[in-house]
Design a protein around this ligand. Structure first.
Ligand SMILES: O=C(O)CCC(=O)C(=O)O
Length: 270
């Protein structure tokens, strides 16, 4: 990764050791106790090669095939867009329901887990200044944070240059962060109070924390806590589009947010 200046939703942030550091990678074969200890400490665990790379790539190809011959598409994830159809397809459901994902969730809960139905499919087009704003999942899904886990799954390689997910270091341990940042942070979309900010440099400066990044490969899975702040940078000069999905689980028996029991649609408001 050579770029010295990145942007997120057009807002600049230097790609320098002051602002960025690498995510720790973890071998999925480690014992469950070690995995849980890392998750508690870091708020995330990057599992390299947790699923078969060819399965991730095949799922990507199945999604992209829905674009064949299509022009004049609605906005991403709206009814009539391939992402809307794909999350309702047998191919996608079979992928999200692979036992390996539930087993990962159960390892981190140390208890039985059930998949949360609503499963977004993200796509970030190279060259567009559109990225995920800094946010925490717990803002979007009700429930006790310890009872929900997100598996962020890149469908194909997802290097930083294509806008892979980044995590604000140790932000899950910072009880004051949300209040401080919400009170002071610049926000480019006044009407949407859910993201903390679009300005990743501002939040790094204000909290004295770095953004953790990785060049994700097909087959990797990041398990993250609903309390860790994450975001992405704008995709740069690359021909490789970042496509990913967020597969979520809740601890069996814990209350479930009813808004998350339907299929995802980008305009469902959640
Ligand atoms: O993939 C992304 O850029 C954001 C996904 C995410 O954070 C989410 O769905 O909560």
């Amino acid at each position: 990764m050579k770029a010295s200046l990145l942007t997120s939703n057009g807002s600049p942030i230097p790609f320098s050791p002051q602002y960025f550091s690498e995510l720790k990678a973890t071998d999925p074969g480690l014992d469950a106790g070690t995995l849980r200890a890392r998750f508690a400490e870091d708020g995330y665990v990057l599992l390299r090669g947790a699923i078969r790379a060819d399965v991730a790539r095949r799922t990507r190809a199945a999604y992209l095939s829905l674009f064949d011959g299509r022009t004049d598409l609605p906005a991403h994830g709206f009814r009539g867009h391939p992402a809307y159809d794909f999350v309702r397809s047998d191919d996608f459901r079979a992928f999200a329901d692979m036992p390996v994902f539930r087993q990962i969730a159960e390892t981190f809960f140390d208890a039985p887990a059930a998949r949360i139905h609503r499963t977004p499919l993200r796509q970030f087009i190279p060259g567009r200044k559109i990225a995920s704003r800094a946010h925490m999942d717990r803002t979007y899904i009700d429930g006790v944070a310890a009872d929900v886990v997100t598996l962020w799954v890149p469908l194909g390689d997802s290097p930083l240059v294509s806008g892979g997910l980044i995590y604000l270091e140790d932000s899950h341990k910072d009880c004051d962060l949300e209040v401080t940042v919400r009170a002071e942070a610049p926000r480019d979309r006044a009407a949407d109070m859910r993201p903390l900010t679009h300005d990743l440099k501002w939040v790094a400066d204000r909290t004295q924390r770095r953004w953790l990044w990785a060049d994700y490969q097909a087959g990797d899975v990041v398990v993250h806590s609903p309390t860790i702040v994450h975001a992405s940078t704008d995709p740069g000069e690359t021909t490789h589009m970042r496509i990913s999905t967020d597969i979520r689980f809740h601890r069996c028996g814990s209350p479930i947010d009813p808004r998350w029991s339907k299929d995802w649609s980008a305009d469902d408001g959640y």
